[in-house]
Design a protein around this ligand. Structure first.
Ligand code: UD1
Ligand code: CA
Length: 456
């Protein structure tokens, strides 16, 4: 057993993201429902980083704020002037001086890197390497730094602009992600100059420096999809597509059935149990848990919701945050549920809005029932007891409680509590006047004929 190694992750995110043409900082654009930088932070933490330093650009207060709201502690450093990746990293000097066994460098705009990959880099350091670069075979290497090898030894990384024609033909590229044996980081960074085509301090120069100093420098290879970087909206969409492909594969591996997987969209934290069936065109926002054996029918949108086993959702249903469906519950077509507990076996089959409510076990909510939860200022709660039956097209004006086993007549507007097992009827009483319709018809027809005659 070796002692646990400490790890500092440095995430570079000071790029301006000009090509996004956005007022939102680039690393806050979402992939799978979470800001890109959130993915990177999470990967670093799952790979065992005990400290995280994030380098942001001047004026990136929105990034600071967003990261502050995410779980875990992140030290934020500001790079006032964008002078290259090594210069960016040196902005985190205080964190680097604190020291760590392993230092892993990540990019805030490359959100798909897997924790296992970072663990592999760290394992190489633990096994004696001083520096390990994460490389990939690029379909099109244009724009990337090329990994220049001597056998299986990495001797340098050459940036596109500084590369010779022969070097540009190399397809093995630098992802930008790398790991250091901690004690080497500052001496190497401090030795980097800016004598290159861009006049920037290139982090990639550490390779040549380390190799010259006789340190052990290695390469780990990953699939290009895992290190996709985002510079513009098209790349953001490509990154989202790669994320979704991975999420669908994970769902299949977990025992989920999808009829048209390419039309199902997951969030970063979607949890789906075995034998769940997901029909085409379903979108999961953040915070959804679907338990084993539930069915999500076509064209449903779910966010912040839990669906228990045996429950069915949709087609065309919307579950908003706080929707919690118990075992065998049913939420049918054109039903919206928000902040409501729908207990076991309860049914809301058609055309309803149920918000800020509890629907007791086995209750039946008729078509068109609305919980009127909002008075224009405040939200109020509706409580529907177990086994209650709410007739179609009823309005339940909250705050209001319907007792267990109570019956609400169709078309009622309920403003007062209904006790258990009572019948509530709250609508105009029906009057039937025999023959009256025929009389009215006759009178109106005569009137029309009279007016026509006057005109001619
Ligand atoms: C960099 C690498 C290149 C690699 C490529 C992978 C260097 C010199 N080159 O090139 O070898 O193939 O990434 O995508 O490292 N950043 C800052 N401050 C700066 C400059 C950059 O924080 O002053 C951040 C950016 O926000 C970004 C990352 O560092 O997250 C990479 O910067 P970018 O300008 O995209 O580097 P490339 O030129 O693409
Ligand atoms: Ca880039």
């Amino acid at each position: 057993m070796t002692a646990r190694r400490s790890c500092l992750a440095v995430i570079l995110a000071a790029g301006e993201g000009t090509r996004m043409r956005s007022s939102l900082p680039k690393v806050l654009h979402a992939v799978g429902g979470r800001p890109m930088v959130g993915h990177v932070l999470a990967a670093a933490r799952s790979a065992g980083a005990d400290r995280i330093a994030l380098v942001i650009g001047h004026g990136a207060d929105a990034v600071r704020k967003a990261v502050g709201a995410l779980p875990g502690e992140t030290e934020v450093f500001v790079q006032e002037e964008r002078r290259g990746t090594a210069h960016a990293m040196l902005q985190a000097r205080a964190a680097l001086e604190h020291g760590a066994d392993d230092v892993v460098v990540l990019y805030g705009d490359a959100p798909l890197v897997r924790p296992e990959t970072l663990e592999r880099l760290r394992a190489r350091i633990a096994d004696g390497a001083d520096l390990v670069v994460l490389g990939f075979e690029a379909a099109d290497p244009t724009g990337y730094g090329r990994l220049l090898m001597d056998g299986d030894r990495l001797v340098a990384i050459r940036e596109e602009k500084d590369a010779s024609a022969a070097e540009r033909a190399v397809r093995l590229c630098n992802s930008g992600i790398l790991a250091f044996r901690g004690l080497h980081v500052l001496p190497l960074l401090d030795a980097i100059g800016n004598d290159n085509a861009k006049g920037e301090f290139y982090l990639t120069d550490v390779i040549g420096l380390a190799a010259a100093a006789g340190l052990s420098v290695g390469v780990e290879i990953v699939d290009e999809q895992e290190v996709l970087g985002v510079n513009d909206r098209a790349q953001l969409a490509a990154c989202e597509a790669a994320f979704q492909a991975r999420a669908r594969a994970d769902a299949f591996a977990a025992g989920v059935t999808m009829i048209a997987p390419e039309t199902v969209f997951f969030a970063y934290d979607t949890v789906i149990g075995r034998d769940v069936v997901i029909e085409p065109n379903v979108v999961f926002g953040p915070g959804v848990v679907i338990e084993s054996g539930a069915v999500v029918h076509a064209f449903s949108h779910l966010e912040g919701a839990r669906v228990a086993g045996g429950a069915t959702v949709g087609p065309f249903a919307r579950l908003r945050p706080g929707a919690d469906l118990g075992t065998d519950a049913k939420v049918g077509n054109f039903v919206e549920v928000k902040a409501a507990k729908v207990e076991a076996g309860a049914k809301i089959s058609h055309l309803s809005y149920i918000g800020d409510a509890r629907v007791g076990a086995g209750a039946n909510i008729g078509a068109g029932t609305i919980t009127c939860n909002y008075d224009g200022f405040l939200k109020h709660h509706t409580d529907i007891g177990a086994g209650a039956f709410i007739g179609s097209n009823s309005a339940l004006v909250a705050p209001v409680a319907i007792g267990d086993g109570a019956l609400v007549a169709a078309g009622s507007t309920i403003v007062e509590d209904v006790p258990a097992d009572a019948l509530a009827v709250a609508r105009g009483r029906q009057a039937v006047i025999p023959g009256r319709s025929a009389e009215i018809r006759k009178r109106l027809a005569a009137l029309k004929a009279e007016r026509k005659a006057a005109k001619d």
